[in-house]
Design a protein around this ligand. Sequence first.
Ligand SMILES: NC(=O)C1=CN([C@@H]2O[C@H](COP(=O)(O)OP(=O)(O)OC[C@H]3O[C@@H](n4cnc5c(N)ncnc54)[C@H](OP(=O)(O)O)[C@@H]3O)[C@@H](O)[C@H]2O)C=CC1
Ligand SMILES: CC(=O)N[C@@H](CCC(=O)OP(=O)(O)O)C(=O)O
Length: 341
Amino acid sequence: MEQTLRVCVYGATGYTGVELLRTLQKHPYVKVVSITSKSYEGKLLEEVFPSFSTSYLGKLCLTQEPEENFDVAFLCLPHETSLHLVPELLKAGKRVIDLSGAYRLKDANLYPKYYGFEHPYTDTLKEAVYGLPEIFRSDIKTARLVANPGCYPTATLLGLYPLLKEKLLEDDTIIVDAISGVSGAGRKTSQQFHFPEMTENAFAYSVLNHRHTPEMELVAGQTLGRDVKIRFTPKVVPMSRGMVCTIYAKARVKDLHDLYLEVYREEPFVKVIQNPPMTKHVLGTNLCNIYVGYDERTDLHVIVSAIDNLGKGASLQAVQNMNLMFGFPEVLTLDQPALFP
Ligand SMILES: NC(=O)C1=CN([C@@H]2O[C@H](COP(=O)(O)OP(=O)(O)OC[C@H]3O[C@@H](n4cnc5c(N)ncnc54)[C@H](OP(=O)(O)O)[C@@H]3O)[C@@H](O)[C@H]2O)C=CC1
Ligand SMILES: CC(=O)N[C@@H](CCC(=O)OP(=O)(O)O)C(=O)O
């Protein structure tokens, strides 16, 4: 279907919003009709980010009424802000791609513990489709609401998917050890990410209660057909963007490489490679590069996946979802190689 889609980007001045606009700007069937910002109301995007050299986007507005004239909304907002906006947009007949975590967990009871709020919109939560195309492509095509996955779950679930899909997991406890660039924390400042403390530094955080743990467990369990436990430890390292997840799992077979090649043969954005992946090879792309190794000594498989947290981990995956939802070629505007070195 070829049409001009009218798009509204809520939270256009954050890291995911800017990455999204960078790509939407060159999409042949998209017209961005509205962009919002909490702090830069009335400014042109190019006044805030001079690399946007055209003013075709119009001025940033504080918010956009759901009833206004647009077809699809991208929500690059804090979880709590998305939470209340999504039902209003759906009521106004809009299709929504929410980059926050507000609609990712099918079990509403998990929200108080992991997000700090009660989830009042359980019907909308049920309706949301988890936006990982490699697993839920057909549901995404018809969804009104896509809950775009978190960055760590994207890299982890793609790293595990062939193993889960083929029911080859032997031990239902999986260990995931991950590193992320600092942009994963968003544009707002905080002391721990302040340059003198973050440079030449690395640390684990939310070791026992990261909100991506239940997100991964729910989707992994659904794919496998029984519950799994994921022991997830995220770390932040002094680079702007990029993410590597190292996954340790016990499987019924020793050589998984050919299975991974086969499962991802037709996937445009997942590459199974011969060596452990580097973040620089996925920078600014929608790619997930995966290495699968087997350690005979421990009888553990070691799967390493790399993404750009703002690319496949957020905004470019959101564009992939939009392409699917509106019948555009899935790779449209997303098939560029990485910015390297
Ligand atoms: N960064 C990442 O790697 C990833 C982020 N996400 C999720 O995507 C969403 C956006 O993340 P990110 O872009 O990093 O965040 P940022 O903090 O960089 O940007 C947030 C955006 O939301 C706007 N905003 C903040 N508070 C409000 C509010 N109360 N009402 C309206 N607008 C508001 C900000 O406006 P202004 O700047 O003008 O104040 C800004 O445009 C979050 O839910 C995040 O969890 C998901 C995957 C990866
Ligand atoms: C380095 C860092 O702080 N990363 C973020 C993950 C970003 C992400 O995927 O966002 P969601 O909050 O939408 O799930 C974190 O751990 O909270």
